[in-house]
Design a protein around this ligand. Sequence first.
Ligand SMILES: [Mn+2]
Length: 274
Amino acid sequence: MNVSPTPFEVRLRYRSVFISDFHLGTRGCRSDFLIDFLRRVSCQHLFLVGDIIDGWRLRKSWHWDSACDEVLRLILRHARAGTEVIYIPGNHDEMFRAWLPMGLEIAGIRLQAEAVHVTADQRRFLVMHGDEFDSVVRYARVIALLGDWAYRAALNANTWFNAIRRRLGYPYWSLSAWLKRQVKGAVKAIDRFEVALAGEARRRGCEGVVCGHIHHAEMRDINGVLYINDGDWVESCTALVEHEDGRLELLEWATLNGFSFATVRRERASCPTR
Ligand SMILES: [Mn+2]
């Protein structure tokens, strides 16, 4: 692993950090870059915005190494140091969703379905993973024809759709993988996802939304709502940070630090692809 041994001296301080889509337990997870990030930042609020542990995959092929342990250990360390850690489960770690009604807090990490974060400059952000909107994106054409009730039905259908797939032993239907296969339609589909999330934030009376899920970091205004996707730690290694004054910034951690993705790739060349 290419992680410097004593990075705790260089601390980057933020008010809040939003990270998602680690997919720990898969070979695709860039746990080494993530470890470096978690060692070098400190914050008051840490939001884990879903797909942290990839439960769907763990059941089939367990790929858990010491780097995965270290990621969890560092998150616990932040919680112990006084950081408020909120874990919002996504679709790949939906096994934690069953615990949501219990209002669970383990080792200082609070489990929540979603959150509303108020920035230092008093803007309200809806924080959610985003998979709730998969079917809205996928069946956009049908929904556009059928209108509002179809939109709400699609929101509900998504949960059932994947529950049934899992029962039948099918892999999770992955929106991010689907978007990649679409190529031509992907740009449109990503746009639909972003518009749906921004619309949800508006309905909740929020100035913006922070989500993950589609592995596509972005920060843009959508009809007066600030849509932010914090990206992922599989391909882009991105994080959303809030500075002390409330300014929000997307960090491309690997690019900023001049890390080479190729080094990791070579080490993993012998492994089957994720
Ligand atoms: Mn997801």
